[in-house]
Design a protein around this ligand. Structure first.
Ligand code: FAD
Length: 425
């Protein structure tokens, strides 16, 4: 029958990787059914819980994901943690193919003394807190310190710095950090001299950003800008060739009061350049330290291959090594770098591998699979109640309505219990 020929596929994780994988499969296979499992009641992963609140246009991808979820061959099951409520093996029994797209839910650690003092936070936790991620809702970071140090200069570090500096009503793009009201940039001219030749070969948009920094560091500001900088009450700067050695504790032994940093110089050039300590050391007084040195994926289940060093599931073109029928996409496939477009492309590649394996018979459709029907009975027996996409749409409507009262796009509900009550779970 046709039903027996319809591939039953499931995706673990409802971030960009999960949704783009589902989208590609549904678009290019007329019969495929795709179920998306998500551990939180609410969908969209880092689009909801990572992307900064002043980048609303980035969040527009949610519209595309919503269209995918509305397909009559796609279902969303939130509030189901794979690896705990259902194992990957159980999913493999219920589906012809299982795609792991569960992102990177941990962060790299600095590995320096003092890292656990209060006042030191991972950027991941801090971002989760300002974005209403349930697990970080009680973080309550102490923001009373005069000085904050962000370790790292990647996109997430810059998001965090901009959010710290921005007045609530003007959260803008980093590109415009130089133009933020009431702030002045502190950029050491020595760090930016002689960059002219290098900039020529830098790809955009990094080129534009570097040009802007060089201009701000080396050129005399215009009259208006000079006036604004002179009266600013907040300042920010970028420090290069520095490596953290130790977080210094206050007299109570608990609170961070500063950080000791090694000055480094580059040895070698290009890809093989390494920062080595010069022997010179600096100390900086600060009560807030955010380490922004990268996210990290975790193994889901000891039965699934995982490379702890690279923090990814070993795979070729999304096919998990040694596990036919098991695939991966997104940050857990490539590691925690790259924007949503990068994640989209790699998810389409993984979906393409699934489609090829369907065509070549690597995935055997003659054994009929029950899909969600069999998972539903497992969940039922374990007392787990999945949240559907229309349940999410009720939570969404409630958040938007609460936001309207406060004059914002939405007021996120941060307590999963409250979400579940709202939909009578
Ligand atoms: P995620 O988005 O993390 O999705 C993984 C999903 O899996 C989550 O919903 C998670 O809850 C779920 N999950 C985890 N474990 C389980 C489990 N056991 N069972 C079921 N579900 C599970 N990109 C841009 O293009 N523009 C930006 O402005 C931008 N800003 C960013 C800001 C920050 C702070 C960060 C961290 C990233 C930003 N990115 C941005 C990058 C972008 O968010 C990523 O490329 C993308 O989200 C990665 O997608 P993913 O689906 O692999 O992971």
């Amino acid at each position: 029958s046709t039903a027996a020929l319809a591939p039953q596929i499931c995706v673990v994780g409802s971030g960009p990787a999960g949704f783009y994988t589902a989208q590609h499969l549904l678009k290019h296979h007329r019969l495929a059914r795709v179920d998306i499992y998500e551990k939180l009641p609410v969908p969209f992963g880092l689009v909801r819980f990572g992307v900064a609140p002043d980048h609303p246009e980035v969040k527009n991808v949610i519209n595309t994901f919503t269209q995918t979820a509305h397909s009559d061959r796609c279902s969303y099951y939130g509030n189901v943690t794979i690896g705990k409520d259902v194992t990957v093996k159980e999913l493999q029994q219920a589906y012809h193919a299982v795609v792991l797209s569960y992102g990177a839910e941990d962060n790299r650690i600095l590995g320096i003394p003092g890292e656990n003092l209060s006042g030191v936070y991972s950027a991941r936790a801090f971002v989760g807190w300002y974005n209403g991620l349930p697990e970080n809702r009680d973080l309550k970071p102490d923001l009373s310190s005069e000085t904050a140090v962000v370790l790292g200069q990647g996109n997430v570090a810059l998001d965090v710095a901009r959010v710290l500096l921005s007045p609530l009503d003007i959260l803008r793009e980093l590109r415009e950090m130089i133009n933020l009201p009431d702030t002045r940039p502190l950029l050491a001219p020595a760090d930016f001299t002689g960059l002219g030749d290098v900039i020529k070969d830098v790809p955009r948009p990094r080129k534009r950003l570097t040009e802007l920094m060089v201009k701000s560091a080396l050129e005399k500001p215009g009259e208006k800008e000079a006036g604004r900088w002179a009266s600013a009450t907040k300042e920010w700067g970028l420090k290069f060739r520095r490596s953290p050695l130790e977080v210094l504790s206050a007299a109570d032994g608990k609170q961070a009061r500063g950080i000791r940093i090694a000055v480094t110089r580059l040895e070698g050039s290009g890809e093989s350049a390494r920062a080595v300590p010069t022997g010179e050391v600096e100390e900086l007084e600060c009560g807030l330290i955010l380490s922004s040195i990268g996210y990290r994926s975790l193994p889901l289940d000891s039965a699934i291959p995982f490379d702890p060093k690279l923090g990814i599931i070993p795979n070729s073109l999304g096919r998990v090594q040694g596990e036919p029928g098991l695939y991966c996409s997104g940050w857990v496939k490539r590691g925690p770098t790259g924007v949503i477009i990068t994640t989209m492309n790699d998810s389409f590649d993984t979906a393409q591998s699934v489609l090829e394996d369907l065509q070549t018979g690597v995935l055997n459709l003659s054994s009929s699979k029950e899909g969600f029907k069999s998972v539903r009975s497992i969940l039922h027996s374990r007392g787990v109640h999945p949240v559907t996409f229309s349940d999410w749409e009720k939570i969404d409507a409630a958040e938007v309505a609460r936001g309207k009262l406060a004059g914002k796009p939405r007021e996120k509900i941060v307590d999963p219990q409250e979400m579940l009550q709202l939909i009578n779970h």
